[in-house]
Write a protein that binds this ligand. Structure first.
Ligand SMILES: Nc1ncnc2c1ncn2[C@@H]1O[C@H](COP(=O)(O)OP(=O)(O)OP(=O)(O)O)[C@@H](O)[C@H]1O
Ligand SMILES: [Mg+2]
Length: 221
C-alpha cells in the first residue's frame, strides 16, 4: 500500500520556481490497478517519480508498505526501492549495448545475485512476457512493443510488489500498446501486483484499471 500525504514539489533554479505538486494526497491499495490521467505538465511524472523514490518531495510524506521514507540514507533507499518497486518508462530505458538477457538481469546484478540464478530468473520472466526466444537479441533488433516487454521483464525480475509505469504505451502503435496493456493487466490480475500507470489514453485506462484518477497538479480526483 502506498500513501502520499500533503505532498509538494517545487523545482527551483536560480531564476525560476515551478510548483509541480501542491499538497497532494493519494492512497493506493495493495493489488489496485490505478491509472492517473491529466493534462501535460500537471505533474504526473513528478508524482510517479516521488512515489517510486526516484525523487524526493519538497514537503510531505511518502509511505510504502507502512515504511516512511523520509530521512532514509541513499543506500537504504536504493535497497528498499530495488526490492519493492519496478519501473516502466515510455522510452523503455534499455541499454542498447547489452542483449535482452543482460538488460533483464541488471536489477539482480545490483543485488549481487549469482550468475546462474540471474540467468534462471531472467529466462523465467522473459517467458512470462513472451520473449524467451529473443534473449540474445539486442534492443535495436526488436520492435517497440518487444522493447517495452523486455523493460517489463526487467521491472519484475526482482519480484517487486508494485509496478510504476509512466506512459508505457506512449511510443507504441495501438496494436503493440494493446499487447503491453494485456501484459500489465495479467501482472495485476494473476500475480496480484499493484500497478500505478500514468497515461493519456482513456480507452486503455478504462479497459485495464480498477481505478482511474484525474490529476491537475493539486488534487487527485
Ligand atoms: N527537473 C525539473 N526542473 C524544473 N522543472 C521541472 C522539472 N521536471 C518537471 N518540471 C516542471 O514540473 C511540471 C510538471 O512536470 P511533469 O513532468 O511532472 O508533468 P507531466 O504531467 O508528467 O507532463 P506530461 O504529460 O507532458 O508528461 C512542469 O511544469 C515541468 O516543466
Ligand atoms: Mg510525464
Amino acid at each position: 500500500m502506498i500513501t502520499l500525504n500533503s505532498l509538494s514539489k517545487i523545482y527551483r533554479t536560480d531564476e525560476i520556481e515551478t510548483v509541480a505538486l501542491e499538497n497532494v494526497n493519494l492512497t493506493v491499495e495493495r493489488g489496485e490497478f490505478l491509472s492517473i490521467m491529466g493534462p501535460s505538465g500537471c505533474g504526473k511524472s513528478t508524482l510517479l517519480n516521488i512515489m517510486g523514490l526516484l525523487d524526493a518531495p519538497t514537503m510531505g510524506i511518502v509511505e510504502i508498505n507502512g515504511i516512511r521514507t523520509e530521512g532514509m540514507k541513499d543506500k537504504e533507499l536504493a535497497v528498499f526501492r530495488n526490492k519493492t518497486l519496478g519501473f516502466v518508462f515510455q522510452s523503455f530505458h534499455l541499454i542498447n549495448s547489452l542483449n535482452v538477457m543482460d538488460n533483464v538481469e541488471l536489477p539482480l546484478l545490483y543485488r549481487r545475485v549469482g550468475s546462474s540464478e540471474r540467468k534462471r530468473l531472467a529466462q523465467e520472466v522473459l517467458e512470462k512476457v513472451g520473449l524467451s526466444h529473443r534473449m540474445r537479441h539486442f534492443p535495436t533488433q526488436l520492435s517497440g512493443g518487444q522493447c517495452q516487454r523486455v523493460a517489463i521483464a526487467r521491472a519484475i525480475i526482482g519480484n517487486p510488489e508494485i509496478i510504476l509505469a509512466d506512459e508505457p504505451t506512449g511510443n507504441l502503435d495501438s496494436r503493440m500498446g494493446a499487447e503491453v496493456m494485456e501484459l500489465l493487466h495479467r501482472l495485476n490480475k494473476e500475480d496480484g501486483r499493484t500497478i500505478v500507470m500514468v497515461t493519456h489514453n482513456e480507452e486503455q485506462a478504462k479497459q485495464t484499471s480498477r481505478t482511474i484518477r484525474f490529476f491537475d497538479g493539486r488534487q487527485v480526483q
